[in-house]
Design a protein around this ligand. Structure first.
Ligand SMILES: C=CC1=C(C)c2cc3[nH]c(cc4nc(cc5[nH]c(cc1n2)c(C)c5CCC(=O)O)C(CCC(=O)O)=C4C)c(C)c3C=C
Ligand code: FE2
Ligand code: FE2
Length: 352
């Protein structure tokens, strides 16, 4: 695990005064500096676009009880016997469509976001990144920040909308690691930022710029969010409302209508509607020109680059649609990083 900032120089504990330093017992453990750490966390991704790596990743991801809320006794046989026997091959093929020389887009973009955030925070904080599943685990990220002398840590789950399957799962993993620490750091978790004006302005500016560069004028703007089982809405998960609010507020900032939809259906249960694929097909049949944005993702990934930008486009055009554009996520763009830096600085108030 790497941190982007300078490494800590271990300091001698201040239990000793100047005069006693020379006589310090060799056995006294080093006491590190009091730095601030920021841990950016995203979902995680396979290490390679191959069935075996995808299977390993999916086994961990889909065994999280925050993600699939079924009793293990029922779910694990289905997961091991059916899902992990079929899905990795299919998903690996999809990953191969979007894989880059730097690896999975999600991993590469998250790394770049951490570097850029470190550059903009300068000496004020040490930045590291971690993934909830797969390589770069959260525990390693926290340990790296502790080793760099951070006694105060801000964990920033890179999910604009709160969802138990994502935000709460990150928090669970952080707390599980904290429970193993003797000397815990002070901890803050970045709240959801979907309706923060700075987030909405960044989305609007990125969208406006991208649309300005198109050779057509979209008549419909679709905001596609990752889906969730509908029952989670009735169980009190605020995700649905936060997605709808993001689309509505983004539309207000833009002065245009933004139509929300939900993608990436998984399993047999009823998921949130309207479904992005059905919506794109319907818009295609009407001969529309659309721009699709994915304001539930802080970084482009399989779900945006393959499902929307490749498959969504094909579906839409095959149904008779005129023009299609996928608008990239904020990623490590200047406007995205300015927004993230501002959110992080606000959240560090009183610490900085
Ligand atoms: C942005 C928020 C996300 C929510 C909410 C979410 C819920 C959720 N996802 C699955 C199942 C899968 N998701 C997969 C990929 C994936 N999911 C998110 C984000 C959210 N998921 C991202 C950023 C990614 C992309 C990862 C990447 O490597 O690029 C996958 C894996 C791919 C595949 O096989 O299709 C699955 C499976 C469930 C079941 C769920 C909530 C119940
Ligand atoms: Fe997902
Ligand atoms: Fe709602």
């Amino acid at each position: 695990m790497t941190v982007e900032g300078p490494l800590a120089t271990p300091e001698i504990g201040n239990c000793y005064g100047e005069a006693e330093l020379a006589r310090l017992p060799a056995a006294h453990p080093a006491v590190t500096a009091d730095r601030i750490g920021v841990l950016l966390v995203n979902l995680g991704t396979p290490d390679a676009p191959m069935s075996r790596a995808v299977r390993r990743y999916l086994a961990e991801f889909l065994s999280d009880r925050r993600v699939v809320e079924l009793p293990s006794l029922i779910w694990q046989p289905i997961l091991r016997g059916i899902v992990l026997a079929v899905r990795p091959r299919k998903s690996a093929k999809a990953y191969r469509e979007i894989w880059t020389s730097e690896g999975s887009p999600l991993a590469a973009i998250t790394r770049r976001q951490a570097k850029a955030l470190q550059a903009s925070l300068g000496g004020d904080a040490v930045v590291a990144h971690a993934m909830r599943y797969g390589s770069s685990p959260i525990a390693d990220g926290i340990d790296a920040l502790l080793a760099a002398g951070c006694r105060r840590i801000l964990v920033a789950p890179l999910y604009p909308q709160y969802c138990a399957a994502t935000t709460a799962s990150v928090s669970d993993a952080v707390q599980a690691h904290m429970a193993r620490l003797r000397w815990q750091p002070a901890l803050r978790i970045l709240p959801p930022y979907h309706d923060d004006d700075r987030h909405l302005e960044a989305l609007a500016s990125s969208l406006g710029r991208a649309i300005g560069g198109l050779d057509f004028v979209p008549d419909t703007i679709v905001a596609s969010f990752h889906g969730m089982p509908e029952r989670t809405l009735h169980l009190g998960d605020p995700y649905h409302c936060m997605c709808l609010k993001t689309a509505r507020r983004l539309g207000e900032v833009l002065g245009k209508t933004v139509v929300p939809s939900f993608q990436s259906r998984f399993g047999k249960a009823k998921w949130l509607t309207p479904a992005t694929d059905m919506m794109l097909e319907a818009l295609g049949r009407e001969g529309r020109s659309v721009a699709v944005i994915a304001p539930g993702f802080a970084a482009d990934c399989l779900e945006t680059l393959e499902e929307i930008a490749i498959r969504g486009r094909e579906q839409f055009l095959a149904a008779g649609g005129r023009h299609f554009a996928y608008i990239p996520c904020l990623n490590d763009s200047d406007v995205g990083m300015d927004m993230l830096t501002a959110l992080v600085r606000s959240e560090l108030s009183g610490w900085l």
